[in-house]
Design a protein around this ligand. Structure first.
Ligand SMILES: [Zn+2]
Length: 499
């Protein structure tokens, strides 16, 4: 920017819902604002990018195009965008842009982030990024809760398993044709003397065909079947087991025998590795391979370099899981948020998510209208039935379909309402979590532990028994214990504390 009067820029606009786009105010309004800003500041617009997206759809084609354009461009290093949460959906988005020498103007927020920005500005910025992601997660969780409810009631949550067929949106019954295949697969495999690959062939030799266009099931398909507790009459959802409403195909005993057989079978190494807490998370500092876990002396878990890229000097160094975990807990324990941070963040959040809430409100309104319409339809068709205008069957068919639709709409409304309330709570919770992160880690299960670590830390690598890592934004700032005072020294994004 120093020597030329004219700055070359790109514009980026995004709406988070197709409805908003249809109503036709959001993207044009954003672009108009951005164009006005550019012309007032004597900037030349080289490209305009716009993404229309829903809360659940992650695809951001124009965002990626823009990143590509900026990477290739020699003299355009500036993005103009309305607000923080228009630009980033999540931390990876942020990291992508943060790794490039860019200036980003947030027009509505009246701030510009560049490699020379003050730490306080960057800090505020990072909080917003983290919270944008939190919002999406909330929405996802509410949807999950709906599914969980379904599982609790004993219904399958997604597609019905192989061996069954669906009779309506919720219930499914045994499919006599494919059920034979499943039963025989369990019987053969539970004996423990056959590999998955051999099992596929054996079934075929016995005259059992997997699918019309695929005679032999692939071993991953077989594994999927043989590990699914659905077949003995339960629903497994998010690690919990619920009693199913469907008729079982096999007994619990046969299922348990089959699981035992899995331990005997020669599974590929990576399948085993995935069950260890830190498998695939930490790299060897010497050769860059992932560390993998194994059990020694029957109970101790050790990690070592796999040497997959060729002979490695650390290949024979075995590190106890506790040794690694201790260092990770230490990393987490460095994160803390002061009351000064808290006040500031709260005010930033309230301002930043006004729009998201407005959108949710509008969406709920439109869903309520749909609901009303369906109710009327259901009432009307009932009258038609009473009047003898339509047959009993036709009525039943429509009635069932619309009642089901009504349920779906109601679930969506609930999800949005909860996400909204949760969002405000989450803001406060997020701060609380940061201060209780170690305690949270300790009570988490392995999956949650991995998720938590992945949320906070990156670049994990092992040199001998010493773990090194960096914090993901915004935790790099919390971990440093920086104040949000404006007079702070400048924060270089490379100066992240390491372990
Ligand atoms: Zn290595």
């Amino acid at each position: 920017m120093q020597n030329s009067d004219v700055v070359k820029v790109v514009l980026y606009a995004r709406v988070s819902s197709k409805d908003q786009e249809k109503e036709g105010f959001s993207i044009p309004a954003q672009l108009e604002l951005l164009r006005g800003y550019a012309s007032k500041n004597n900037m030349i617009i080289l490209q305009e990018y716009e993404d229309v997206e829903t809360a659940k759809c992650q695809g951001r084609t124009k965002f990626n195009e823009m990143v590509k354009f900026l990477k290739n461009s020699k003299d355009c290093k500036t993005i103009i965008v309305e607000k923080t949460d228009r630009l980033y959906r999540n931390l990876p988005d942020y990291i992508t842009l943060d790794n490039m020498p860019l200036s980003i103007h947030f027009v509505k927020e009246g701030c510009t982030i560049s490699p020379e920005s003050h730490s306080s500005e960057k800090f505020m910025h990072l909080i917003k990024v983290a919270m944008a992601r939190q919002y999406i997660q909330n929405l996802g969780e509410e949807v999950k809760k709906g599914l969980k409810q379904k599982a609790k009631e004993g219904y399958v949550t997604g597609k019905q398993p192989y061996g069954y067929k669906k009779i309506d949106k919720r219930a499914c019954v045994i499919d006599e044709v494919t059920a034979l295949y499943v039963k025989r697969a369990f019987e053969l495999y539970s004996k423990g003397d056959v590999s998955l690959r051999a099992l596929g062939n054996k079934l075929y030799q016995e005259g059992l065909i997997y699918k019309q266009n695929q005679n032999i099931a692939h071993k991953t398909q077989l594994e999927h079947i043989l590990k699914n507790p659905f077949y003995y009459g339960v629903i497994s959802f998010m690690g919990e087991i619920y009693e199913g409403k469907h008729e079982p195909l096999i007994t619990k005993e046969l299922f348990d025998l089959t699981q035992l057989a899995f331990r005997k079978d020669n599974k590929p190494k990576h399948m085993i590795a995935k069950n260890f807490l830190f498998a695939g998370m930490i790299k060897c500092s010497k050769c860059g391979c992932n560390l993998s876990g194994e059990i020694k002396k029957g109970k101790y878990i050790y990690y070592s370099c796999t040497g997959a890229k060729g002979e490695c000097e650390q290949q024979h160094i075995y590190i106890k899981e506790e040794t690694i975990e201790k260092q990770l807990i230490q990393a987490l324990s460095k994160i803390s948020i002061t009351s000064e941070h808290k006040n500031w963040i709260s005010s930033v959040l309230a301002e930043s998510f006004k729009d998201e809430q407005k959108y949710a409100k509008e969406h709920i309104n439109s869903l309520n209208k749909q609901k009303q319409k369906l109710r009327e339809r259901i009432d009307n068709i009932y009258i038609d039935k009473l009047d003898g205008k339509i047959s009993e069957e036709f009525w039943m068919d429509k009635h069932n379909k619309w009642t089901q639709d009504l349920l779906t709409i109601q679930n969506n409304i609930t999800a949005y309402e909860k996400a909204n309330i949760n969002f405000i709570e989450t803001g406060t919770k997020f701060l609380k979590i940061c201060n209780e992160i170690v305690d949270l880690y300790k009570i988490a299960d392995n999956n949650e532990k991995r998720e938590l670590l992945n949320y906070v830390l990156q670049n994990l690598s092992m040199d001998g028994e010493k773990l090194s890592y960096t914090y993901k934004p915004p935790f790099n700032i919390f971990a440093k214990g920086l104040s949000c005072n404006k007079k702070l020294p400048r924060l270089d994004s490379n100066q992240q504390p390491t372990g």
